[in-house]
Design a protein. Structure first.
Length: 220
């Protein structure tokens, strides 16, 4: 699909707290709408609202997204339903752009800075520029919708985590750092069993149609 006829994002990133959150992939307009409707249809029914009421849709999506950001560890939030809520909120936010075939490829959702609170949903153009290190490392696979993510605001922040000892909670950035000297803006990885029972990692770099180098690190 060309850039001029895009109706869905490739990736929605949620930087929820302390540079942690999710990176959710959507492979087609149908996949994106399917995810958004998984949240929106039951929510509208519960609220006794009309699907054709754009204001009701927007309020529901934004309200539930803010509820998640307010209490991300609350019971009832898990990977799939957060992915659905994110898709619904983004679909409402960028409805005009989608209708014009100009949906952003990468969208970032963060907390609004300052004392006022709230959240920001925006076109994340910086993820198309590929500075040479990953701005986000995601545990998951594009074909299954993505997963938990670590975010890095600078090369120094990435290298600090990448050169650290892996832990049960943070291990993929260390593997990516060990394997690659240069990467596109997003790297995904998922555990993959080896032939003899050992555990490896299957990695994938996302370029979003732009030029981004993936250079293996030289080892001696």
């Amino acid at each position: 699909m060309s850039k001029s006829t895009r109706r869905h994002p490739d990736l929605i990133l949620l930087n929820v707290v302390e540079d942690e959150g999710f990176g959710f992939t959507y492979l087609s307009p149908e996949d994106f709408d399917y995810a958004a409707d998984h949240f929106m249809l039951p929510a509208l029914k519960f609220a006794e609202a009309d699907m054709s009421d754009a204001e009701a849709r927007r309020e529901l999506a934004y309200d539930f997204l803010w509820r998640y950001f307010s209490k991300p560890n609350a019971k009832g939030y898990f990977r799939d339903n957060v992915r659905w809520i994110a898709a619904a909120a983004v679909r409402e936010k960028f409805a005009n752009e989608a209708a014009a075939g100009k949906m952003p490829r990468v969208i970032l959702i963060t907390r609004k800075s300052g004392d006022g609170g709230g959240i920001v949903i925006r076109d994340a153009q910086e993820y198309l520029e590929h500075p040479g290190y990953p701005l986000a490392v995601i545990v998951g696979k594009a074909s299954v919708g993505g997963g938990a993510a670590q975010f890095f605001a600078s090369r120094e922040a990435y290298e600090k985590v990448g050169s650290s000892v892996p832990t049960q909670d943070i291990w993929l950035p260390q593997i990516v750092y060990r394997l690659y000297a240069e990467t596109p803006s997003v790297v995904m990885g998922i555990p993959k069993p080896g032939k003899n029972g050992e555990m490896g990692v299957e990695c994938m770099a996302l370029g979003f149609g732009e030029r981004g180098n993936l250079v293996e690190r030289k080892t001696h």
